[in-house]
Ligand binder design. Structure first.
Ligand SMILES: NC(=O)c1ccc[n+]([C@@H]2O[C@H](COP(=O)([O-])OP(=O)(O)OC[C@H]3O[C@@H](n4cnc5c(N)ncnc54)[C@H](OP(=O)(O)O)[C@@H]3O)[C@@H](O)[C@H]2O)c1
Length: 341
C-alpha cells in the first residue's frame, strides 16, 4: 500500500484588520466590546471625534479592551484597517464613508446616510448624502446575505426598522394587499445617542412615556422601502436604558389559520441564528438585553384576520453594533455568529 499522503496543514483562520470610528459613542462602545474578542478580526484602531484633545481609554471596557481611543484621523484609519465600522453622526459618515471607499476599504456604516435607495426620499431624509456610491447593500442580514457578502459598503439598518422588518417581511405573502400596516414601537433612551437633549434628559424622561416623530420619522421610509408599501409608524421613548419593543398591526384574510403564520416565520428563519420565534408567548425586552437576538411572537384573531406581531431587540446590539458585526461576518465569509454568541 502506498504511504498515506501527509495531511494538509490546518488552515489558519483569517483575521481581518478592523477599525472603529465613533468608538466613544453608545453603539461604538458595543462594537469595541465585541470586536476586541472577535475570532476573525483584529481591532487595530478606534477613534472618537476630533474634538477629543488626546488619546483616552474606555473605563467600562477595561480588561476587555485596554487600547486608546484617538481623535478621528481618516488617513490613520485607512492605513490601519481592511474594514472600517462607522458609528458616527450621519453627516460625518457621508464624508468618511466615501473617503474609505475611495481608499479601497470596505465599510460598515451604522448611520442612516446610505440606507435609502430612492433619490428623492434620500434627499428629503438624508440631504447630506447625495448620490449613492457603487457597491452599497442594505444590511438587514436575514434578508440580504448575498448582497452583503459582495458589498463594498453595508448600510446597517436603523434600530426601529430592524425590529419591525424582521416581524413583517416573512408575512409579505400572507397580508391582505393594500391593508394598513401600523408599527407602534417603544425605545429606550440610548437610541438617541450619548448627547442629551431636552427629550432625552433623565428628568424629562424618567417616569414618563412620549410619542415623537409621528408621521415624520426617517425610519418610516426605510421600512416602506423594504416592505414596498405604506407604513404608519409611531415611535415612543420609554424610560429604559436600552431595548426596543415593536408592535405591528396587520391584516391577513379572515379564516387564515395560526399555522399559516407560524409557517411563514419558520420558513423565513430556518437558518437565522439570531431570530427566535416565540409564537403565542410574547417576547419582552429583557429577554434580548445585551444580545444580538430578535424575538418575535404574535396573536391572531382568525375570524377577523387581525394579526398583532410583537418583536424585541436590544437597540445597541441587534439594532446597531451586533448586526454590524453579523454583516461583517457575512462580508468576510465567516460563521454568522462569530463574536456574537
Ligand atoms: N444609538 C442607537 O441605538 C443606534 C442604533 C442604530 C444606529 N445608530 C446610528 O449609529 C450612529 C452612532 O450612534 P450612537 O448612538 O452611538 O451615537 P453617539 O453616542 O452620539 O456617538 C457618536 C460617536 O461619533 C463620534 N463623533 C461625533 N462627531 C464626529 C465627527 N464629526 N467625526 C468623527 N467622529 C465623530 C463621537 O465622538 P466624541 O465622543 O468625541 O463626541 C462618538 O464616538 C448614528 O449614526 C446613529 O444614528 C444608533
Amino acid at each position: 500500500m502506498p504511504p498515506a499522503a501527509p495531511a494538509p496543514p490546518a488552515a489558519r483562520p483569517l483575521r481581518l484588520r478592523v477599525a472603529i470610528a465613533g468608538a466613544t459613542g453608545f453603539a461604538g462602545q458595543e462594537l469595541v466590546r465585541r470586536l476586541a474578542r472577535h475570532p476573525g478580526a483584529t481591532l487595530t484602531m478606534a477613534t472618537a471625534s476630533q474634538a477629543t484633545s488626546g488619546p483616552r481609554r474606555l473605563p467600562a471596557l477595561a480588561r476587555l479592551w485596554d487600547g486608546e481611543v484617538r481623535p478621528f484621523d481618516a488617513a490613520a484609519l485607512t492605513a490601519a484597517a481592511d474594514v472600517v465600522f462607522l458609528a458616527l453622526p450621519e453627516t460625518a459618515s457621508v464624508e468618511a464613508g466615501r473617503a474609505f471607499l475611495d481608499a479601497g476599504l470596505r465599510v460598515i456604516d451604522l448611520s442612516g446616510a446610505f440606507r435609502l435607495r430612492d433619490e428623492a426620499r434620500r434627499a428629503r431624509w438624508y440631504p447630506a448624502t447625495g448620490a449613492l456610491p457603487a457597491g452599497v447593500a442594505y444590511g438587514l442580514t436575514e434578508f440580504e446575505r448575498p448582497a452583503i457578502a459582495a458589498a463594498r459598503l453595508v448600510a446597517n439598518p436603523g434600530c426601529y426598522p430592524t425590529a419591525a422588518l424582521l416581524a413583517l417581511l416573512p408575512l409579505a405573502a400572507l397580508l391582505v394587499p393594500g391593508a394598513d400596516i401600523i408599527v407602534d414601537a417603544k425605545s429606550g433612551i440610548s437610541g438617541a445617542g450619548k448627547t442629551p437633549s431636552e427629550r432625552t434628559h433623565f428628568s424629562e424622561n424618567h417616569g414618563s412615556v412620549s410619542a415623537y416623530g409621528v408621521l415624520h420619522h426617517r425610519h418610516a421610509p426605510e421600512m416602506e422601502q423594504a416592505i414596498g408599501g405604506a407604513v404608519t409608524f409611531t415611535p415612543h421613548l420609554v424610560p429604559l436604558d436600552r431595548g426596543i419593543l415593536s408592535t405591528a398591526y396587520v391584516r391577513v384574510p379572515p379564516g387564515t389559520p395560526d399555522a399559516a403564520v407560524a409557517a411563514c416565520f419558520a420558513s423565513a428563519y430556518a437558518d437565522a441564528p439570531f431570530v427566535r420565534v416565540t409564537g403565542a408567548e410574547l417576547p419582552e425586552i429583557k429577554h434580548v438585553a445585551g444580545t444580538n437576538f430578535c424575538d418575535i411572537g404574535w396573536v391572531l384573531d382568525a375570524p377577523t384576520g387581525r394579526l398583532v406581531v410583537v418583536s424585541v431587540i436590544d437597540n445597541l446590539v441587534k439594532g446597531a453594533a451586533g448586526s454590524a458585526i453579523q454583516n461583517f461576518n457575512v462580508m468576510a465569509g465567516l460563521d454568522e455568529t462569530a463574536g456574537l454568541l
